[in-house]
Ligand binder design. Structure first.
Ligand code: FAD
Length: 505
């Protein structure tokens, strides 16, 4: 039966996936309320202002803006929108390059959006067979196009609703997909040249995985950057949250901040609502539909203690976490741009060290994001806002104890690679650790992307978007199908909403 305007829905959590699900439900006429334990929307997307600097605290790379535009269009065309409350159309710019790559041996590559310019930059920097790069990027496109509709845009758990047309379109390409082996093995076999292999290995970290263990199928990811493009939202990454929040409000979604959901209530196999704590007392809110945007781990362990949890899913290895330093830095460095990667000398060893110690040791790969390069108001004149991140294990206890070591290693790496120290140029500092990520968003162990993709079956071991045990209960967000990162979270919202439209009792 289709949901009606009589029905009420609750979304637990106002992360991007929660916001997107709320927009989709409200646009179709379902009365929707969002309960969020933090004091505002965004989840992992937050910002901080300090001494004239603005920092995006979470994601920094924006791909697939069409998924935000889709929500924009859906809202504007909804019969349930209050037109006078609509925000302006979502704005973003297309970037002429994705990343500036640096190695300690002075190799540098700018990954231009233009394929020819990127190829020239690569051929000038390293020795590689000229067609190898083209073939590799074309292969990435093939994988992306064959798998997107099949694995990312629909549930993998609802065979009755499985899109056989999408499957038949993929059939001619199935023999070209890398079904076996790791991402690193594929890159090494195709490219040989170590700098270029490392550059393409890096895409495993897009979902918090290790290229030496993650499946070669992740070679779909480079097409996102090199084929489709990278983008920068007006107002920084927080611009995405402001926009989704405004769309939801224009559809009449009710937001309840600073309200932590304690329990999902269900009876006789049907969802009945939630319990929130109000004035230190449990308060029952009824609903016909509940969607959890909270990490799947606490969703089962805390909100559904009376249900048999899917242990094989909850025990999946977590994705990596991160330590991020937000530095207000005096001076401007011409060689850096919005996204910059300073690579370690030995990627395999770096991942092995992360496995053993929890952090990358004394030669980390360092990511530096500087939004003031594109949005000068993000830093005082003559200064830059550096977001500096290293990958670490989702292991709050270990990382807490290692913070001084990690900070020192990051600063040394920057000095060695760029040829000058920035220690004395840092005028403001704040830090985000796995423990902060867990405390602020309830993300289990502070993982950035839910479960890792460090095994061939990972895509099939993410939690489904609809509960099998409780009718009317759904799941969205980075810890469920199809996975973490803003685009996949927005797709999870689309899948959950489609299931709500077709399966709500
Ligand atoms: P979350 O953002 O985790 O939000 C869940 C919300 O649920 C939170 O607000 C939480 O407070 C709320 N909640 C939980 N439990 C309860 C409860 N009991 N009651 C009420 N509310 C509750 N992705 C990219 O695409 N590009 C990047 O460059 C990128 N870099 C990243 C860098 C960092 C440092 C981090 C932290 C993440 C990064 N990611 C990146 C990943 C991306 O941020 C996430 O995949 C995405 O934002 C997750 O969104 P979500 O909707 O699943 O949930």
């Amino acid at each position: 039966m289709k949901p009606s305007t009589e029905q009420t829905a609750i979304v637990i959590g106002a992360g991007v996936a929660g916001l997107a699900t709320a927009i989709r439900m409200a646009a179709s006429g379902i009365g929707t309320a969002v309960y969020e334990r933090a004091s505002g929307p965004g989840g992992k997307l937050k910002e901080e202002h300090t001494k004239g600097y603005r920092f995006d605290l979470g994601p920094s790379l924006f791909t697939m803006p069409e998924l935000v535009m889709e929500l924009d269009r859906l809202t504007r065309s909804s019969a349930h929108v209050q037109a006078d409350k609509l925000p302006e159309v979502f704005r973003y710019q297309t970037l002429d390059r994705s990343t500036h790559y640096f190695w300690e041996d002075a190799t540098r590559i700018v990954a231009w959006a233009d394929r020819k310019a990127f190829k020239e930059a690569v051929l000038q920097a390293v020795e590689v067979e000229p067609h190898a790069l083209d073939h590799h990027l074309n292969h990435s496109q093939t994988i992306y196009e064959a798998t997107r509709k099949l694995f990312l845009e629909q549930s993998l758990h609802e065979w009755k609703r499985f899109s056989w047309p999408a499957f038949s379109k993929a059939i001619p390409h199935l023999h070209r997909l890398p079904w076996f082996g790791s991402l690193h093995r594929l890159n090494r076999k195709r490219l040989h040249e170590p700098h270029l292999v490392q550059l393409f290995d890096r895409y495993a970290t897009y979902n918090g995985s290790d290229p030496h263990r993650a499946p070669a199928m992740l070679h779909a990811i480079p097409h996102l950057e090199h084929g489709i493009g990278t983008f920068f939202p007006e107002g920084g990454m927080m611009g995405i949250v402001h926009h989704l929040f405004a769309l939801a409000q224009s559809l009449g979604v009710a937001f309840h901040f600073d309200q932590s959901v304690q329990k999902i209530v269900h009876r006789n196999g049907h969802v009945k609502g939630i319990v929130v704590e109000l004035d230190s007392r449990p308060h029952h809110v009824q609903a016909d539909i509940v969607v959890s945007n909270a990490d799947i781990h606490p969703t089962y362990r805390k909100l559904l203690p009376d249900i048999k949890a899917p242990e094989h899913i909850l025990k999946q290895e977590r994705s990596s976490s991160g330590v991020i330093f937000y530095w207000g830095v005096k001076g401007e460095r011409k060689e850096l741009h919005l996204h910059n990667i300073l690579f370690s000398k030995n990627y395999r060893q770096e991942f092995q060290t992360i496995d053993a110690l929890g952090h990358p040791g004394n030669d980390p790969t360092v990511y530096i994001n500087i939004t003031s390069k594109l949005q000068p108001s993000d830093a005082p004149s003559g200064c830059e806002n550096w977001f500096v991140m290293v990958n670490v294990s989702a292991d709050p206890e270990t990382i807490d104890a290692e913070m001084p070591t990690i900070r020192r290693a990051v600063l040394d790496k920057i000095s060695r690679t760029l040829g000058h120290s920035i220690s004395n140029l840092i005028e403001t500092e704040s830090i985000l650790t796995p423990r902060d990520i867990e405390n602020r968003t309830s993300s289990w162990r502070g993982a950035l992307y839910g479960a890792s993709s460090n095994n061939a079956l990972a895509a099939f071991l993410r939690h489904r978007n609809r509960s099998k045990q409780v009718k009317g209960l759904y799941f969205c967000g980075g810890s469920v199908h199809p996975g973490g990162g803003i685009p996949l979270c927005l797709l999870s919202a689309r899948i959950a909403s489609e299931l709500i439209q077709t399966t709500t009792p």
